[in-house]
Ligand binder design. Structure first.
Ligand SMILES: Cc1cc2nc3c(=O)[nH]c(=O)nc-3n(C[C@H](O)[C@H](O)[C@H](O)COP(=O)(O)OP(=O)(O)OC[C@H]3O[C@@H](n4cnc5c(N)ncnc54)[C@H](O)[C@@H]3O)c2cc1C
Length: 467
C-alpha cells in the first residue's frame, strides 16, 4: 500500500483546496511545501499581501474620502513602508495560521521541503536538513504555481529594481517608479503607488491595457490614474535598465530615458516546474513552465493532476481553488460538475474593476444585439454618502430574451457587487427580476435596479416605435 491516497505538491489555493476536499472524502492526504511558503504565492507575495497593501494605502492616504473632505485630506502625512507592511504582516501571519489549522483539523499531513518526482507514484521531499524523504501516493496533484518572469538582461537587486514578489522589500515609498507591464498586477501596483504619491510611468509594449475589459471602464481608469500623475507609455519596449547611485534609468527602444527611484517588472509569470523532474513521472512542461491538462485537470499521466497557475490561464486564486477541489473529487471518484463557464474577473486597481459575461466589443463582433443600462454611483444615495462620484454599473441586456449578457462594474465594492449579476446570470434570470426586486436602501446594490430600469426603458422605447 502506498503512503497516501493523494499527495499534493504546493499549498497555495489550488493545492490546499485539493487536499481538504480529498480529506473530507475520508482519504489519506499529504501536502508538501517549503517551510516558509505555507499558503503559497497567494498568501506570501500575491493576492493577500497585495490586497492588504491596497487596503492600507486607501486607509492611510484617505484617498476615497477626498470627495467629501477636500483634496488635501490625508490620515497620515508621511506614510512609510513600515506603516504599510505592519498590516500586511499581520494579515499574512493570520492567514498562514488559518491554513495550518484547516489542514491539521482535517488530518492532512503537511511536510516541509521541496518535492520532485522519482517516478509517477513517488515524490522525493528534500527537507531543510538536505535529507531526502520518499513519499508515495495513488494520486498526485501538482499545484506548484509560478514565479515572476525576469528578462535575463535586467539586473534585479530586489530593492530598487524588483518584480512583484519583492514589492514589500522596498526600503521606502519611492518618489518615482517605472512599472514595466500594464497587466492586472502592474496596474494594481501602479494604482497603489500613485495613490501614495509616487510619480508612476507605466511602460507597455502593447498599444493599450487590460483589453479584455469594457472599453469605457478602462478609459475611466486611465483618466483616474492620469489624475494621480501616472504617465502611460504604450507601444514602447524597454531596451535597458541602468542602476546608478542616485536612482535608475529606464531606456526605451524609442530612445526615451525615464529616471526613477525604482523599477518594477510585472511582465508575465513562469510555471514552477523546473525543479520537479517531471520527466521521471513521464510528464513535460511547455516553454513557460506550464503543464497541459484535460477537462478534469488530469495530465497525460491519468493519476497525476495539475491545478492553479501552473496550468496557465486564468491564473487566479479564485479559479485555482475550484480547480483543486474538482481535481480531488475526480481523483477520489466522487461525482463533480464542471466549473461554471461564467467566471467573474476582479481587478483591484484604484478604483476597482469587476465584470462577468461579455463585453460590448465581443457582442458587437459576434453580431449579438444588446441594450445598455447604466447606473452611476453619484445618482445613488449610497454613492453620495461614501463620496464615490465616479463609480458605475453597466448591464448588457438582450432585447430579445431580456437575459443579462454581461455586467461591468467600476468603483467602490465592484468586486463584491459583481456577484449579484453573476447569480442572476448563472440562474438564467432576466433584467425584469432586477426591475421588480426590492434592494436595501441606501446601498450600491441598488445600482442594479437603476441600471435595469435604464435598460428596460430603452428597450421599451424601441418596441413603442414599432407598435
Ligand atoms: C501580486 C499578485 C496579486 C494577485 N492578486 C490576485 C487577486 O486579487 N485575486 C486572485 O484571484 N488572484 C490573484 N493573484 C493570483 C493568485 O495569487 C494565484 O492565482 C494563486 O496564488 C495560484 O495558486 P496556486 O494554487 O497555483 O499556488 P501558488 O499560490 O502559486 O503557490 C504554489 C506553492 O507551491 C510551492 N511549490 C512550488 N514548487 C514546489 C516544489 N517543488 N515542492 C514543494 N512546493 C512547491 C510554492 O512554494 C508555493 O507555496 C495575484 C497574484 C499576484 C502575483
Amino acid at each position: 500500500m502506498r503512503d497516501f491516497d493523494l499527495l499534493v505538491i504546493g499549498s497555495g489555493p489550488g493545492g490546499q483546496k485539493a487536499a481538504i476536499a480529498a480529506a473530507k472524502l475520508g482519504r489519506r492526504v499529504a501536502v508538501v511545501d517549503r517551510p516558509d511558503m505555507v499558503g503559497g504565492v497567494s498568501i506570501h507575495t500575491g493576492t493577500i499581501p497585495s490586497k492588504t497593501l491596497r487596503e492600507a494605502v486607501l486607509y492611510l492616504t484617505g484617498l476615497t474620502q477626498r470627495d467629501l473632505y477636500g483634496q488635501s485630506y490625508r490620515l497620515k502625512e508621511d506614510i512609510t513602508v513600515a506603516d504599510l507592511t505592519a498590516r500586511t504582516s499581520h494579515v499574512v501571519s493570520r492567514e498562514v495560521d488559518v491554513i495550518r489549522n484547516q489542514l491539521s483539523r482535517n488530518h492532512v499531513s503537511l511536510f516541509a521541503g521541496t518535492g520532485r518526482f522519482v517516478d509517477d507514484h513517488t515524490v522525493a521531499l528534500r527537507e531543510v536538513t538536505g535529507h531526502d524523504r520518499m513519499l508515495s501516493a495513488d494520486n498526485i496533484v501538482i499545484a506548484t504555481g509560478t514565479r515572476p518572469a525576469r528578462p535575463a538582461t535586467v539586473e534585479f537587486d530586489e530593492r530598487t529594481i524588483l518584480d512583484s514578489d519583492n514589492v514589500l522589500n522596498l526600503e521606502q515609498v519611492p518618489r518615482s517608479m517605472v512599472i514595466v507591464g500594464a497587466g492586472v498586477i502592474g496596474m494594481e501596483y501602479a494604482s497603489m503607488f500613485a495613490a501614495l504619491g509616487s510619480k508612476i510611468t507605466v511602460v507597455e509594449q502593447r498599444p493599450g491595457m487590460l483589453d479584455f475589459c469594457d472599453v469605457e471602464v478602462i478609459e475611466s481608469l486611465k483618466y483616474h490614474l492620469r489624475d494621480l500623475a501616472v504617465t502611460f507609455r504604450f507601444g514602447e519596449t524597454v531596451a535597458a535598465v541602468e542602476k546608478h547611485p542616485k536612482g535608475t534609468l529606464t531606456i526605451l527602444e524609442s530612445g526615451k530615458k525615464i529616471p526613477a527611484d525604482s523599477v518594477m517588472y510585472s511582465a508575465g509569470r513562469q510555471g514552477l516546474t523546473d525543479e520537479l523532474d517531471l520527466d521521471k513521472a513521464g510528464l513535460s512542461a511547455d516553454r513557460r513552465g506550464r503543464i497541459t491538462v484535460d477537462e478534469h485537470y488530469r495530465t497525460e499521466v491519468p493519476h497525476i493532476y495539475a491545478v492553479g497557475d501552473v496550468i496557465g490561464f486564468p491564473a487566479l486564486a479564485a479559479t485555482s481553488m475550484e480547480q483543486g477541489r474538482t481535481a480531488a473529487y475526480h481523483a477520489c471518484g466522487e461525482p463533480v460538475n464542471r466549473m461554471h463557464d461564467l467566471q467573474p474577473i476582479g481587478i483591484y486597481t484604484i478604483p476597482e474593476i469587476s465584470f462577468i459575461g461579455k463585453t460590448e466589443d465581443q457582442l458587437t463582433e459576434d453580431c449579438v444585439p444588446f441594450e445598455v443600462g447604466i447606473s452611476r454611483y453619484r445618482e445613488l444615495a449610497r454613492g453620495q454618502i461614501i463620496g464615490d462620484s465616479h463609480g458605475m454599473l453597466k448591464l448588457l441586456v438582450s432585447p430579445e430574451t431580456r437575459k443579462l449578457l454581461g455586467v461591468h462594474c467600476f468603483g467602490t465594492g465592484a468586486t463584491e457587487l459583481i456577484h449579484i449579476g453573476q447569480s442572476v446570470m448563472g440562474c438564467g434570470g432576466t433584467v425584469d427580476y432586477l426591475v421588480d426586486a426590492v434592494f436595501n436602501y441606501p446601498t450600491l446594490a441598488e445600482s442594479y435596479k437603476v441600471a435595469a430600469l435604464d435598460a428596460t426603458n430603452k428597450i421599451r422605447q424601441i418596441d413603442r416605435l414599432r407598435d
